[in-house]
Design a binder for this molecule. Sequence first.
Ligand SMILES: Cc1cc2nc3c(=O)[nH]c(=O)nc-3n(C[C@H](O)[C@H](O)[C@H](O)COP(=O)(O)OP(=O)(O)OC[C@H]3O[C@@H](n4cnc5c(N)ncnc54)[C@H](O)[C@@H]3O)c2cc1C
Length: 325
Amino acid sequence: MGSTTVLLYSACPREGSTPEEARSALTLGRATAASLGGDLEWFLLGAKPSDAEAIAAEQGVARLHHCAAPELGADTQVAALEAFCAAHAPRIILFCQDFDSRVVAPRLAGRLGAGVVMNAVAIETGEALRVTASAFGGDTRGVYEFTGDGTAVIGLQPNACLPEAAESPSAPESCAFETDLGAVGERIVVIEAASSEGPRLEEAEIIVSGGRGLGASENYHWIEELAEALGGMAGASRPIVDEGWTDASHQVGLTGRITRPALYLAAGISGASQHMAGCGAAKAIAAINKDPDAAIFRYARYGIVGDCLEILPELVRAAKEQRHE
Ligand SMILES: Cc1cc2nc3c(=O)[nH]c(=O)nc-3n(C[C@H](O)[C@H](O)[C@H](O)COP(=O)(O)OP(=O)(O)OC[C@H]3O[C@@H](n4cnc5c(N)ncnc54)[C@H](O)[C@@H]3O)c2cc1C
């Protein structure tokens, strides 16, 4: 086998702090590196998060690589990673799966002639490198085996593992990585950047989500009001985002946000696997649905069979009263 390094790659488009998914990926990467007898490294492209060194120390990262890049289009990211791999040849490159990495990881694998597995939830090393990945929106799992000892590219589901600090944290070696990205031509041009101000659904402790059962866009305010009254955030199923009842930053599911709240309250949501892929890791799910056979009740710890348009106003009233007591 060649290099035993496990590398987490993070694109950092703006200054800020490290997202929780990266800590979780570092924890999984550390266990994988240990089982290979190698090191965990972290490559940051773009603006270095203010807490990167502290998180790297906490997670047992041996080397923290940073490369500044003014733009973080997909072609720039692929070029930077290709140059990094030419210099360091990691055994495994981990991506925290998000919209960008779904584009970047397979393209990088193509450039490297490497295998790629996305939606990974577990990694096993032994005689062969095996990756378990979720498929069909979380309905099933597939196990993939990487052959050969070249680089393996793996996209991790955000809820693949819970972050845990290393037993003996120690400061990482900081390494600047330089490569000329000036000549990279971006094939996808962003004409309007999505707004990403404010708190993120992925980190919310309480989420109140609405679906098509709300009946009409003017009823979505009940979801927002209840979320606010409970000190949480508002979510949505994909059809109502597609209909424009709320914007895409609220979409929970396979093609939306992957969340892990303490409480996920779903109102008028059927519980399709693609939706559950984004909330199935909640500690408790509560559901309101007028159909007692709705799939969501298979996942819910608490269920109310009834009309959400009657129940939501009651819950809003009760939550507001509770707040003022
Ligand atoms: C590739 C792919 C990716 C997808 N990604 C996503 C994703 O990221 N997120 C996502 O959400 N979906 C996603 N979908 C769509 C998904 O398959 C479902 O179609 C969608 O989740 C259904 O949304 P819904 O539950 O709001 O609507 P519906 O399935 O129409 O369910 C509405 C529910 O509301 C109930 N209801 C109706 N009226 C009331 C009432 N008055 N009170 C209470 N309950 C009521 C009904 O009984 C029903 O259970 C994806 C699909 C595909 C193929």
